[in-house]
Design a protein around this ligand. Sequence first.
Ligand SMILES: C[S@@+](CC[C@H](N)C(=O)[O-])C[C@H]1O[C@@H](n2cnc3c(N)ncnc32)[C@H](O)[C@@H]1O
Length: 203
Amino acid sequence: MRRSGQRFVKRIAAEAQLEDEARFLKSWFDKPLVTGAVYPSGKALARMMARYVDPDVSGPVIELGPGTGPVTEALITRGIAEERLVLVEFNPDFCRLLRKRFPKARVIEGDAYDLGTTLAALGEPAAAVVSSLPLFTKPEAQRLGLLQEAFGMMHAGCPFIQFTYATVSPMPLKGRDFEAEVSPRVWLNLPPARVWVYRDSRK
Ligand SMILES: C[S@@+](CC[C@H](N)C(=O)[O-])C[C@H]1O[C@@H](n2cnc3c(N)ncnc32)[C@H](O)[C@@H]1O
């Protein structure tokens, strides 16, 4: 009886994952440059992103481009209360899904590259910004503008966390005035990816 219960739960989880993959693929067909990936991030990559967030630092945790929510899930598992999450997503279908899945989080349908307007009413400094945005589709100046805007919204020294499938940093490092570190490659992801963490060294 218990085994058949476990099998049932596994089947439901597998079906939910397939549904997310189908949603993602549709979004990629509709807007490949905005969606930026064919599959949602796997659990290992989502965990790697979340581990750079310190749950003991106060304030909201801002997620940019949460999609169907794998990184959101990992942040909650990491110990960030759902109420602290501010999810900024462009795609209205993903926003609807996120509101259902994370009813206590603040889901904002808007443009993450215009954070000043999108998060005008944030209220207090954030503990982290966790981004899955396809940054390479934007010019360097716009990426750096986003980073500076995010630094301005966080406590001193807090991280801007970004994953990439590329071999180089999504934020240009030449002449930088911020600190940067990179995770080991996460092989258990399709495709394998790395996580970059940037902190404001002037604060
Ligand atoms: C590569 S997917 C990552 C989704 C999810 N975090 C994951 O890891 O599976 C990028 C996400 O960013 C969203 N996105 C792209 N441009 C955006 C923008 N300017 N503002 C907000 N969200 C954006 C896309 O709709 C998509 O959900």
